[in-house]
Design a binder for this molecule. Structure first.
Ligand code: FES
Length: 363
C-alpha cells in the first residue's frame, strides 16, 4: 500500500525471488532498484538515503541516483565512473493507493497494466489496512484461491449463517430483557399508588432487586462464541464475495441493570415509585430501540442470504456454461481430427490399391 512508503525510507523486499529496494523520493516519486550493489552485491536497502536524494551503499559508499546509475565512488574520486557501474531499475507504478512492481523482464512491463482500485484511494470508501499477512503457501495456489470466485458461495455462506445466528442470540437476549423490564414496570406501577402499605412496598422492592439481578444475568450470558453481545460493541460481518461487502452492527450502550439505571429502584413512597417508573420506561425504550435496529439488520442479512443464493446459482450456471462450452469445443476438435485421420487412412489405402488396378487393366 502507498502508506507503507513514507518519503526517504528505504525498504528491502524479495518479490518473486528477486531482491528489490524500494523508496519514495522527497518529491513523492516511487523508485525500485535491484537490491544489490554493483560493486560487491551488498544489499542497498541497508544503505542510506543522502540529503540530496542519492542512495549510498553501506559497504564502500558507492552512490546511486534514482535510476540506478552510479554517480560517486568515494575511493576513486579522480577517476571516471565506468558506465556499467549501475544497478538495474525495476519497473514500479503507484496507482490508486497501491504500489506495483514488475519483477520480470522490464521490456515486457508495458504489455499489461495493474487493475484500477479506486476504492482504496477514494475517501468515500473505508479502507482497512491490515498490513502484510504472511502465509506459508505456494503463491500460485493463493492467487488461484483469490481468483476462484465460485468457491465463495458454498464455503463462505456460513458467514451469513453465523451472523444471523449471532443476531438471533442478541435479539433473544434483548427480548428477555424486555420481558424483565416489563415485569419491573408492572411492579413499580403498583408501588406508584398510595394503596400500598409498607410491607407491600418492601415485597415489591425485593422483587425489583431480583429482577435487576436477572437483567445482569441476561446481559452477561447473551454471548456468541464467548463474545458478550449486549454491551458497547461494533461488529463487522463479511456478507459478500469480497472484502468490500460487509455489514456493520453497532450497540452503543450496555444493558446491565446499572447501565439501564434500574439497579436502585426505590419504591418506599408513591413519589419515589413514580420517579423509578421513569427510569424503567427509559430502559424499556432503549431496549426496544436496539431491538428494532437488530430486527432491521436481521432482515438485511436474510435479503443478502437470498441474493447470495441467487448469485450462487448464476455463478454455477455461468461456470457450467463455460466448462460445458470448452468441453463441447474440445469434443468437436477431437471429432474433426478423427475424420481427418480416417480420411487420410482411406486415401492412403486407395493410393496403395492404385497400381494394382492399373496392372489389372493390362492383364
Ligand atoms: S559493495 Fe557497495 S560499495 Fe562496495
Amino acid at each position: 500500500m502507498s502508506t507503507e512508503f513514507p518519503a526517504g525510507k528505504l525498504t528491502g523486499h524479495r518479490i518473486a525471488g528477486r531482491p528489490i529496494v524500494v523508496w519514495r523520493t522527497k518529491g513523492g516519486k516511487m523508485v525500485a532498484l535491484e537490491d544489490r550493489c554493483t560493486h560487491k552485491r551488498f544489499p542497498l536497502s541497508q544503505g542510506r538515503l543522502m540529503e540530496d536524494g542519492r542512495l549510498e551503499c553501506a559497504y564502500h559508499g558507492l552512490c546511486y541516483n534514482d535510476e540506478g546509475k552510479c554517480i560517486a565512488i568515494p575511493s576513486q574520486q579522480d577517476m571516471p565512473i565506468p558506465p556499467q557501474a549501475r544497478v538495474p531499475q525495476v519497473p514500479i507504478n503507484e496507482q490508486d493507493g497501491i504500489v506495483w512492481v514488475w519483477p520480470g523482464d522490464p521490456a515486457k512491463s508495458g504489455e499489461s497494466s495493474p487493475p484500477r482500485t479506486p476504492e482504496v484511494a477514494d475517501e468515500a470508501w473505508e479502507t482497512i489496512d491490515s498490513g502484510p499477512l504472511p502465509v506459508r503457501a505456494n503463491y500460485l495456489l493463493l492467487i488461484e484461491n483469490l481468483l476462484d470466485i465460485t468457491h465463495f458461495y458454498p464455503l463462505h455462506d456460513s458467514n451469513i449463517g453465523d451472523t444471523e445466528n449471532l443476531l438471533n442470540i442478541a435479539e433473544g437476549g434483548l427480548q428477555n430483557l424486555q420481558a424483565l423490564l416489563t415485569d419491573m414496570n408492572e411492579k413499580v406501577l403498583q408501588a406508584a399508588n398510595d394503596t400500598q402499605g409498607t410491607n407491600e412496598r418492601s415485597a415489591i422492592f425485593q422483587q425489583l432487586q431480583q429482577l435487576g439481578e436477572e437483567v445482569d444475568s441476561v446481559a452477561r450470558q447473551t454471548q456468541f462464541n464467548s463474545v458478550v453481545l449486549l454491551t458497547v460493541n461494533t461488529m463487522t460481518f463479511q456478507s459478500g464475495p469480497d472484502g468490500a461487502d460487509f455489514t456493520v452492527f453497532r450497540i452503543s450502550s450496555s444493558f446491565t441493570s446499572a447501565a439501564l439505571s434500574v439497579n436502585n429502584l426505590t419504591v418506599a413512597s408513591q413519589t419515589l415509585a413514580s420517579t423509578s417508573l421513569g427510569s424503567v420506561t427509559a430502559a424499556l425504550t432503549s431496549v426496544s430501540t436496539v431491538l428494532q435496529q437488530l430486527g432491521a439488520s436481521l432482515q438485511r442479512m436474510r435479503i443478502k442470504a437470498d441474493n447470495l443464493s441467487i448469485g450462487k446459482l448464476n455463478v454455477i450456471a455461468a461456470q457450467s456454461r463455460i466448462v460445458d462450452a470448452d468441453l463441447a469445443a474440445e469434443q468437436l476438435e477431437s471429432s474433426k481430427l478423427q475424420i481427418l485421420q480416417q480420411t487420410a487412412t482411406a486415401m492412403l489405402a486407395a493410393a496403395n490399391n492404385g497400381p494394382a488396378s492399373i496392372l489389372a487393366l493390362f492383364q
